[in-house]
Design a protein around this ligand. Structure first.
Ligand SMILES: N[C@@H](CCC(=O)N[C@@H](CS)C(=O)NCC(=O)O)C(=O)O
Length: 302
């Protein structure tokens, strides 16, 4: 075991950010391939109900959402450093705004070939109809939106090879996710939308060449056994200036504020300005600590 376990699937764009971060840091990691739709019987016991992908696991510590996963990788493997300038803000833009225009472009084209099971699953995930006709109608409007945001990457590369400066980092990986997702599904559309953006085209190849580090497959059952056999690591120091005045030991729920809002219930272990950690205990796994970002998540009283 390498210690780092990633629950993911190969076609997941958010997972591609984490795989590239493993590559950037030259890390070895264990891969558990999760299903693309529910049920996810080897994942949900670890997360307490969070179903999105990817999830990172280190022993009995479970990291939900790429924001907290990437921060944890940075903390555990600080060299080479990956966070500079407005890296976290670029990451949130790429996850929400840039991704928000990439999805309708892809599913406006591919929606008719999408299985009924997938559509029903994503309707449950979003709480909204998976409206292929609306995505088709929106795709035309979204293409210039997408290209405008790709042009920001082009502008960001005017003075160097990387958005992060002299070396690749979080901004490069985050911004790249949407190019990867579009090009993997609709290569001709990506080619068209990137034409006239030569620095971005060359940068895309450089980011892809970062690779994924050293990957080894393990099973979901093995990952559950790892959690069962481990104790959670010492949590971060609790922020007593927390604006919600959350108290250690309180019964809370944590839920995403965009989609996949299933609340996860637990006992508050610590909050920091950018993270919330809750504890859960089950007969199957014993005590686990589940980590979520603050940005994009709501913490409520259980
Ligand atoms: N903000 C989350 C978003 C994750 C996300 O949207 N993941 C997609 C796959 S790329 C997902 O979970 N889709 C539903 C599923 O796989 O069940 C993150 O950064 O991790």
């Amino acid at each position: 075991m390498t210690g780092l376990i990633l629950h993911h699937y190969d076609t997941s764009p958010f997972s591609e950010k984490v795989r590239l971060m493993f590559g950037l840091k030259g890390l070895a990691w264990d891969s558990v391939q999760a299903p693309v739709i529910m049920p996810k019987p080897d994942l949900v016991p670890l997360t307490g109900g969070y179903r999105r992908i990817p999830v990172m696991q280190v022993g009995a510590d479970i990291y939900c959402d790429t924001q907290v996963i990437l921060a944890e990788i940075e903390a555990r493997a600080p060299n080479p450093p990956s966070v500079s300038g407005a890296g976290w803000a670029v990451n949130f833009w790429a996850d929400r705004l840039f991704f928000g225009v990439t999805v309708p472009i892809i599913f406006g084209e591919l929606g008719d070939a999408t299985s009924r099971e997938f559509i029903l699953d994503r309707e449950k995930l979003s709480g909204r109809p998976f409206d292929i006709a609306a995505m088709k109608a929106a795709a035309g409007v979204m293409r210039p939106q997408w290209r405008a945001q790709a042009a920001w990457i082009e502008a960001g590369l005017a003075r160097g090879e990387w958005l992060d400066g002299d070396a690749p980092g979080l901004s490069d990986i985050a911004a790249y996710m949407n190019l990867w997702f579009l090009a993997r599904n609709l290569p001709a559309v990506a080619y068209g939308l990137l034409s006239g953006l030569p620095r971005t085209q060359a940068w895309r190849d450089r980011v892809a060449a970062i690779g994924h580090g050293t990957r080894r497959e393990i099973t979901g059952a093995q990952a559950l056994q790892v959690a069962h056999d481990a104790e959670p690591a010492a949590p971060p120091a609790h922020d007593h200036a927390d604006p919600q005045a959350l108290a250690v030991g309180a019964a809370v729920t944590v839920a995403a504020d965009d989609y996949g809002r299933d609340p996860v219930a637990g006992t508050l272990v610590a909050v920091t300005p950018d993270r919330v950690v809750i504890a859960r205990g089950t007969p199957e796994l014993g005590r686990t600590h589940i980590h979520f970002p603050r940005a994009g998540y709501r913490v409520g009283k259980a």
